[in-house]
Design a protein around this ligand. Structure first.
Ligand code: DX5
Ligand code: ZN
Length: 216
């Protein structure tokens, strides 16, 4: 099973509700929150997430590229997010934060930048519903997929299996019809795609094509 989560970072921000509906068949809508501190870019915050969650039936997959997620993540659950991902590099107390996100009723997830190894976090995996491996440096859509991340995806999948966990393994950055099969083969099962979906003439068809390739 492959989950395809279009990233609205590549959508038209003035028409978010329509853009959400343009990806009929998508499993989740990936929402990139950037604060211009953790990453050198600025996107959107709690009020827009609140409005977007009312405007679409597709559940929201929040990716917080922000400092101090310990303070902000719970507010995104209250705003309607079904899944909240914080960065390992930014979280002060990741176990407490993951438990708080779950207690508030959302899936808890942690992201790793390309240079952050998975091994120090092995013991935390049971606290998480998903692990996100960045396949570009976070901050911008449309960057080239980093093939050097494939071994980390493979090692993470092995750890998840070894611990007998049901958690999802998400990849984000440069995922396209050209790269998705490599990600799936390495063990990813949740695929974020921004430019590959919203840059296509028919975004809903792009979602179907990505799914077909991931499940091949
Ligand atoms: C990048 C974001 C991604 C971005 C991916 O920092 O986390 O979610 O939207 O865009 P593409 O798929 O174009 O690389
Ligand atoms: Zn993202």
């Amino acid at each position: 099973m492959a989950l395809i989560n279009p990233s609205i970072l590549s959508a038209d921000f003035a028409r978010l509700a329509e853009e959400a509906r343009a990806v009929e068949g998508a499993d989740w809508l990936h929402v990139d929150v950037m604060d211009n501190h953790f990453v050198p870019n600025l996107t959107l915050g709690v009020p827009i997430v609140e409005s977007l969650s009312k405007a679409t039936d597709t559940p929201l997959d929040l990716h917080l590229m922000i400092e101090d997620p310990d303070r902000w993540a719970p507010q995104y659950v209250e705003a309607g997010a079904g899944s909240v991902t914080f960065h390992a590099e930014a979280a002060g107390a990741p176990v407490r934060l993951a438990r708080e996100i779950r207690a508030k009723g959302a899936r808890a997830s942690m992201a790793l930048k390309p240079a952050t190894p998975i091994e120090p976090f092995e013991d935390l995996l049971p606290e998480l519903d998903m692990l996100l491996i960045m396949t570009v440096e976070p901050g911008f859509g449309g960057q080239a997929f980093l093939d050097i991340m494939l071994p980390k995806i493979r090692r993470t999948r092995e750890l998840i299996s070894r611990h007998g966990l049901q958690m999802w393994l998400q990849v984000d950055g440069g995922v396209s019809a050209e790269t998705i099969e490599r990600c799936a083969e390495a063990g990813a099962d949740v695929f974020v795609a921004g430019s590959a979906v919203y840059g296509a003439d028919d975004p809903a068809k792009a979602v179907r094509d990505l799914r077909e390739k991931a499940e091949a």
